[in-house]
Design a protein around this ligand. Sequence first.
Ligand SMILES: Nc1nc2c(ncn2[C@@H]2O[C@H](COP(=O)(O)OP(=O)(O)OP(=O)(O)O)[C@@H](O)[C@H]2O)c(=O)[nH]1
Ligand SMILES: [Mg+2]
Length: 304
Amino acid sequence: MTETSMTSPEKCGTVTLIGRPNAGKSSLINALLKTHALIISPKPQTTRNSVRCIYNDGNTQIIFTDTPGLYRADSRDKLGIFLNNSILDALEDSDCILWLIEADTRKLKPDDLEIARILPKKIPVILTANKSDKADPSEAFRLYETLYQFAGKVPVSAKTKRGIDALIQAILPHIPEGEPLYDPDILMDTTEKFMASEIIREKILMLLRDEVPHCVAVIIDDYKSPEEYPDRKKLYIRASLITETEGQKKILIGSKGEMIKRIGEVSRKAIEEVTGIETYLDLWVKAVPNWRRNPAALRRLGYS
Ligand SMILES: Nc1nc2c(ncn2[C@@H]2O[C@H](COP(=O)(O)OP(=O)(O)OP(=O)(O)O)[C@@H](O)[C@H]2O)c(=O)[nH]1
Ligand SMILES: [Mg+2]
């Protein structure tokens, strides 16, 4: 036997995660990639962009696409409509889809029927029950199997990492032969600027309660590497936090600026951890009335 015939061919494919808000899609991709690449939070609708994350093992490359949680947006909710459209685009481009559900689900919701409805018919879908550290998924599997003909079902826990290898094994048969699309050193198909804005958004979700974080968008106005400041040795980031009302702006700033100071501190530390560079983070807060319903504002904020 020659050496070439002994090595298996290269494989490369794309896998999209879909599921209700808060199912743990971003957490699961972090578990698959063994890193905290994506932002997560206990609040639904954390993810707003379909981000591609790249998994490499031997001669296999799998491009996982994280998507925002699917929910039924009304016609005024332009951000919701943008999010749902970006999910549809990602689904069409997949070799395999993971429908992520929570193991303790005891009742189907209208969002689940909507997901079953939009799944492209020719692409295999694996029913993946996350949070199986909290509950036995058998009842949840039974419920969802009434909705769709799945190519497989796997219990996992992004938290304890249970079932992660089994999930990869279930995905592999659906990954076609092909050369890798990304250099093996690349973890995510996104820019450093986007990463910085997501880190700030994660900290806002962590520090503020209720609806306020969902009304905030983060724009990076300036991002300068230390080379652009030979004397400073620091990464310089200026970001605007956009709220929908003056009231939310006040909450974000906090009394005597306490809140914005805390957001700045924890975000700066997290950015320094990711980039390994000492960072100067300059945050500004602005109110743009009803930006989530305004198509022009959404475009300016990068949701188009
Ligand atoms: N117990 C338990 N909690 C989990 C697990 N995976 C995720 N979580 C928690 O579930 C919450 C939601 O996780 P995310 O990864 O942000 O969920 P998501 O599906 O990406 O949410 P959206 O982006 O809002 O659609 C967070 O508080 C996670 O810590 C798990 O396996 N077990
Ligand atoms: Mg998410």
